[in-house]
Design a protein around this ligand. Sequence first.
Ligand code: FE2
Length: 210
Amino acid sequence: MRQWSKDLRLTRRGLIAGAAGLLVAHAARADLLRTPRQAAGPFYPRTRPLDSDADLTLLKGAAGPARGETIEVAGRVLSLKGHALDAVTVEIWQADSFGRYNHPYDRGGRRDPNFQGFGAVRTGADGAYRFRTVRPRYYGAGAGVRTPHIHFYVHGRGSELVTQMYFPGEAMNARDFLYLDLPSDAARAAVTARREPGTVPRYLFDLVIA
Ligand SMILES: [Fe+2]
């Protein structure tokens, strides 16, 4: 009986160790959280702008660089399994430093004529993308106020995603109806960039699309 108990303990220990190993193995294979979808809104360009490169601060033919705080927005496009996805098109569009889109539907106030407003790049072998742009200002008022954000349309490899990127530590996020409409803190975290300090502040934003 004593021997049986000892064997049982050993067996249980082995089972527990085996189960822990399975849990670790399972965790390593767990899918990433798919980046939540968000509304495209009314300001996606109706026609593709002539200048749509990765530097939105410099518009071809403009008198000078865009106004406002220059930032970098960079990250990787990933599969649910965490694999980098190359040859995926990443498009962004956003308000300028006055909170105004370059779009006929935006009848707001002053607009920065030097701001490109839209950019498109393709991910390389490492799934990475990078833009240089300006930090957008908030726009709207009251219940419809929009905290600063950048719109993303990511498509390729049989998948597509429309979403918005938010800025970490931005107090207005807590009043934004689309940010609050996300189903969980994890979902809000998934659309909130991480800031890296530097001469030009960099916002890291990975997109998990498939
Ligand atoms: Fe917007």
